[in-house]
Design a protein around this ligand. Structure first.
Ligand SMILES: C[S@@+](CC[C@H](N)C(=O)[O-])C[C@H]1O[C@@H](n2cnc3c(N)ncnc32)[C@H](O)[C@@H]1O
Length: 321
């Protein structure tokens, strides 16, 4: 399917009508809301401010849960960018409905600390007026969220305007050279006090639905063989945790925290590694999920910037599962 024209549309139809994996579930919503919260927590911990003036999300995807969460938590402006336009009015309304229901039940206050009453009023208004706004962009625009369809290597935004960069389940789908260029673009966009916060899933995504393979399975294949399995709908770069750190640091960011989740050492030991992965340290290869927080280099001199000695600089929190 990934080589056909209109691959995204076909994939959408397939997921909606065959695998039924498109529907927004309670657990799917909670997962993304949790990611949004974690971005905010990391931002607040470092910047000692409630919410950024301008947050940029890389990789919008199908449901705008993270940008809406950032808006409800008081971020003045949010830009979300994706090369592919995957949002629809229906899916945007579904995400807003979930937020509205959580608000009405009282759960949103605990799930999204710092939720801003004024933005919730706008949200409730949008839910009540369901169907009257134009497209997903109009709906989201009323919450301060601007949707950009384009390549994040070239964001049509002014230099130094972004306070917080976030992404979830996205960096692993970007080819290394493109990612390097995106990080350089983020360096251009970064305000002096900018924070970057990325959640990366480093597991073999085919293992998400094929129980016969392990999350390390794709490390077995040499590049030309992997090229045959890899596909344009869900490209996987196979970069490891240390590669992301290097790319961010080379673009001028300083990693201040990393929380890792490790896979099963026995499963990795049973994986015959392709030559490309043999030089990596076992601890690096074992990482299946990582949460990377970084600061733009100039942050060190910003008025509210934490001292490099007190911000948990280069702390690595290890959580095994
Ligand atoms: C797997 S989706 C994740 C979407 C969403 N963040 C989520 O958690 O559901 C990754 C997204 O990144 C987008 N993407 C990949 N390369 C990009 C680039 N260079 N610029 C902007 N978006 C990009 C893809 O189009 C895709 O929608």
């Amino acid at each position: 399917m990934s080589v056909l024209p209109g691959r995204n549309h076909l994939n959408h139809l397939f997921q909606e009508h065959v695998t039924h994996s498109m529907a927004l579930t309670e657990s799917g919503f909670d997962l993304k809301l949790g990611q949004c919260c974690r971005h905010l927590q990391n931002y607040r911990r470092i910047m000692k401010q409630e919410a950024p003036s301008l947050a940029l999300e890389l990789g919008t995807g199908w449901y705008p849960i993270v940008p809406v969460g950032l808006a409800l938590a008081g971020a003045a402006h949010i830009v979300t960018i994706d090369t592919t336009s995957l949002l629809s009015v229906e899916r945007t309304e579904q995400a807003l409905d979930f937020y509205a229901t959580r608000w009405q039940s009282g759960r949103l206050r605990e799930q999204l600390p710092g939720v801003c009453a004024e933005r919730v009023d706008t949200l409730m208004g949008l839910v009540a007026e369901r169907g009257s706004a134009g497209g997903a962009e109009d709906l989201l625009g009323r919450l301060g969220v601007r949707v950009l369809v384009g390549d994040a290597r070239l964001c049509p935004l002014a230099q130094g305007c972004v306070d917080l960069f976030v992404s979830n389940n996205t960096l692993e789908h970007i080819p290394p050279q493109v990612l390097r260029e995106i990080m350089i673009e983020f360096g251009r966009l970064a305000a002096p006090s900018a924070v970057m916060d990325h959640f990366v899933d480093l597991s073999d995504h085919y293992a998400h639905f094929d129980s016969k393979i392990t999350p390390f399975n794709y490390l077995h294949y040499a590049d030309p063989v992997w090229w045959l399995f890899n596909n344009r709908l869900q490209y996987q770069s196979r970069l490891r945790a240390s590669d992301y750190r290097t790319i961010m640091e080379e673009a001028g960011f300083r990693i201040t925290a990393e929380e890792r989740e490790y896979g099963d050492a026995g499963e990795l030991a049973r994986t015959q590694l392709a030559r490309r992965f043999q030089p990596y340290r076992t601890e690096d290869l074992l990482v299946l999920r990582t949460w990377l927080t970084a600061l733009a280099r100039s942050t060190a001199t910003a008025p509210n910037a934490p001292s490099p000695l007190t911000d948990g600089s280069a702390t690595t929190h290890h959580r095994k599962h």
